[in-house]
Structures are given as C-alpha cells and as structure tokens.
Write a protein that binds this ligand. Structure first.
Ligand code: NI
Length: 173
C-alpha cells in the first residue's frame, strides 16, 4: 500500500468526469486500498478517484464512529433517494480546511460493485448518505462549493487563497 497525493482546487482533474470501470482488476483493488490509506492519513471520511488524479469511478468512504467501517465502491450510483433533504456542514480534502452548509438528500440508495466485483445495494441516511452524495459528485467533476451561493463561494475561495498565501509566506521565513 502507498499513500497518494490528494489534488486540491483549482486542479482541472477535479472538474472532469471519471470513467466507468469495466472490470475490477487487481490494479483497481490496489488503488482502492491506497485511497483508503490516503484518506485515513489525511483524516478524511471519503475520497474519490479524481482527487488522487485517477479518472475512474472509484470511491472510498469511512464514517465509522468508534471502529473503522471502510467501504470501497466501484461505479457507485444513486438509484433512489428520499424527498426530504437535510442541511449539514461539509468539507473536502480538495478544498482544504474550508467548511460550508450544503443541502443533501436525507436518505439514499446506492448501487455499486464491491472490491470483488460483486454488485451491492445499500440504503443509508445521516453522515454516510451525505458522504455518498459528496463522493459521487466528485466523479462527475462537482464539488460541494458548487452548491453555495455565488457570494458564499467567493468568500470561501478568498479565505482559502488568503490562508494559502499566509502559509507560503510562513514557509519562506
Ligand atoms: Ni470531497
């Protein structure tokens, strides 16, 4: 296993659509393991292919409370969802240390292939449902900041830019 580099905005790969995986090969299994390791090392709860520079529909998620509950998904898709939506604060490893409230479906049913290429269907709510929606968005080139008003998005990006400049200066000193 090896840790991968997580791409941050404005990297163009984050805005591209990831390709369907035809077969879950040993290479895909290794990629999923590496992504999980990378996610744990960076204290994330989810990571999508685009974020590690792989334009493939692969996602890892772990919203386990006390013990780890890793989920590896290939070609995940939301096949149904609740009418009801909830508002929750989201962050993203590709938009480092910025958070904002985003509206998501409260309950979703996701269909995907597991790491053995077996089809799985999972219905969930709460944080895991939010994570599924956030990660599947990545595969279509969407980021959580896309859901914000122009004003809020602008503010968040300015804040990120300011912090990056400050950190770069501090690194020079
Ligand atoms: Ni993200």
């Amino acid at each position: 296993m090896s840790k991968l580099q997580v791409l941050e905005i404005p990297h163009p790969i984050l805005r591209e659509t990831a390709a369907h995986v035809e077969v879950v090969t040993p290479e895909i299994q290794e990629l999923l393991s590496d992504m999980l390791e990378t996610m744990y090392a960076t204290n994330g709860v989810g990571l999508a292919g685009n974020q590690v520079g792989k334009l493939l529909r692969v996602v890892v998620v772990d919203c386990g409370d006390e013990k780890p509950d890793p989920i590896k998904m290939v070609n995940p898709e939301i096949i149904s969802h609740s009418e009801n939506k909830i508002l929750h604060s989201e962050g993203c490893l590709s938009v480092p240390r910025e958070y904002a409230d985003v509206e998501r479906f409260e309950t979703v049913t996701v269909r995907y292939l597991d790491e053995n290429g077996k089809e799985q269907t999972r219905t969930t709510d709460g944080l895991l449902a939010i994570a599924f929606q956030h990660e599947i968005d990545h595969l279509d080139g969407h980021l959580f900041i896309d859901y914000l008003s122009q004003l809020k998005r602008h503010r968040l990006l300015k804040h990120l830019e300011k912090r990056r400049k400050k950190e770069a200066q501090e690194a020079e000193e």
